[in-house]
Design a protein around this ligand. Structure first.
Ligand code: GLV
Ligand code: MN
Ligand code: MN
Length: 426
């Protein structure tokens, strides 16, 4: 039951219910839970993703949100409280949200916090009968991780018109399935149009996924930017042969070349400087047998930097290394770009609002860039956007051991509440 707003329940004094938030996070993490851990495995458009979606949609409906599903499976729940006059109800909403898909070895907070935090904000406001001056919305975007179907942030990219639906549908995943088939199969190829409704503003709360806040004793990050991302898939084809009989001088070995590229990436990013990072996260050899020189190898390189010029230099060096290795080892190497996003700068007035709101809640705040990719970086293309970071214990993420203290989860979502109400009033 809701009660009318009063001075005692003005948003500045309202606090979210941390236990309720934790209960929802736990219930969602039980879907696709990884045994012996607190993490989950809900790769995009799998059965586990569908079950997670169904649960969150149910929660949205219970809160009275108007739920739409668009052509890429993004789910948008708009809260237009009873009693809001039609003129205000027609205004563009302040939107929050994130994703509920995970990497195969995911934690329970990455993305989920941003979605369930949004529901928690709405439930908190609804419980006291607060009526904002415009609707609020909570979204979960499809396939943010890109771990099954590249690129990452696919749903939000389509939402803002950066990728067409047909192209997205044809994307082939690591298991050979396509986005279009899998979306239909799980029943989330919705009727909503893309690009989608442009919000008044967008703000996303997310765990930091790195060590910076915890190491320096900060409670909340006011995220100013997201670093650029470059994903390349490299396929190497050589000459498969007998491991015992083939003289070294006659080898055209894709396994050797994959290892050379892997160590080159590490050396190259170290040489470029500390803000450049590089990862070979996937390597496959075929036929992958102890006594057979591999016929082919496939690997992925993830390069990121806040400085696009340095990122471009890293890409150039990688490609030149590949050419030299192909020549020297006598193998064929082809490359395919899986994702390429320039660094993104968030709206400084929204970043200021995040910082001030968190400070008013007693948080030690840090303005900082994001090392991970986020749906907010796509939303920044269409409306004023920023993010709120909470600390990640030991900086661990994309790992079932991912953890953030309840106190910091609450601080992050209370900051979200204050920022959303403030943006609605702005
Ligand atoms: C997405 O989570 C990414 O940063 O890889
Ligand atoms: Mn995430
Ligand atoms: Mn992630």
């Amino acid at each position: 039951m809701t009660t009318p707003p009063s001075a005692a329940t003005r948003p500045a004094e309202l606090r979210i219910d941390g236990d309720r938030l934790l209960r929802r996070l736990t219930e969602l993490s039980d879907i696709g839970s990884i045994p012996e851990t607190t993490g989950s495995s809900r790769l995009a458009f799998t059965d586990a993703d569908k079950q997670g979606r169904d649960l969150v949609v149910t929660w949205m409906q219970e809160l009275g949100l108007e739920v739409t599903v668009d052509g890429i499976g993004n789910v948008i729940g708009v809260w237009t409280p009873d009693g809001m006059d039609p003129e205000h109800a027609a205004l563009a909403p302040v939107m929050t949200g994130s994703h509920i898909d995970t990497v195969r070895t995911g934690g329970r907070y990455d993305g989920n916090l941003g979605v369930l935090g949004g529901l928690e904000v709405i439930e908190t406001l609804a419980t006291v009968g607060f009526i904002p001056p415009r609707p609020l919305a909570v979204a979960f975007f499809s396939n943010e991780e890109g771990a099954r179907f590249p690129p990452d942030m696919m749903g939000s990219l389509v939402y803002v018109g950066g990728l067409g639906l047909e192209q997205a549908y044809q994307t082939v995943g690591i298991d050979g399935a396509t986005v279009g088939d899998e979306l239909s199969r799980i029943g989330y190829l919705g009727p909503g149009g893309c690009p989608g409704l442009v919000p008044h503003a967008f703000v996303e709360v997310h765990i930091e996924q790195g060590p910076v806040l915890e190491e320096a004793g900060f409670d909340i990050g006011a995220v100013e930017s997201v670093q650029g991302i470059s994903w390349t898939e490299i396929t190497i084809e050589g000459q498969s042969n007998h491991a015992g009989t083939t003289p070294m001088r006659l080898r055209h070995d894709p396994g050797f070349v994959a290892a050379e590229i892997t160590s080159f990436v590490r050396r190259m990013v170290t040489e470029l400087g500390h803000s450049q990072v590089g990862t070979v996260g996937m390597v496959e050899l075929h036929p992958n047998l102890v006594n057979v020189v591999a016929a082919s190898a496939k690997l992925t390189v993830d390069l990121r930097n806040t400085d696009n010029e340095v990122l471009l230099e890293a890409e150039r060096r990688l490609h030149s290394c590949i050419e030299q290795l192909a020549e020297a080892e006598g193998v064929r190497i082809s490359t395919r770009s899986l994702a390429r996003f320039d660094p993104v700068i968030f709206d400084s007035s929204v970043v200021d609002r995040v910082e001030l709101t968190a400070k008013h809640l007693g948080a030690m705040t840090l303005r900082m860039p994001s090392g991970a990719g986020h749906d907010a970086q796509m939303m920044a293309r269409v409306c004023p956007t920023a993010m709120i970071f909470t600390p990640s214990h030991k900086g661990i993420s994309h790992n079932p051991a991912e953890h953030t203290d309840q106190h910091h989860l609450e601080l992050g979502v209370n900051t979200l509440l204050g920022v959303m109400v403030g943006l609605a009033e702005s």
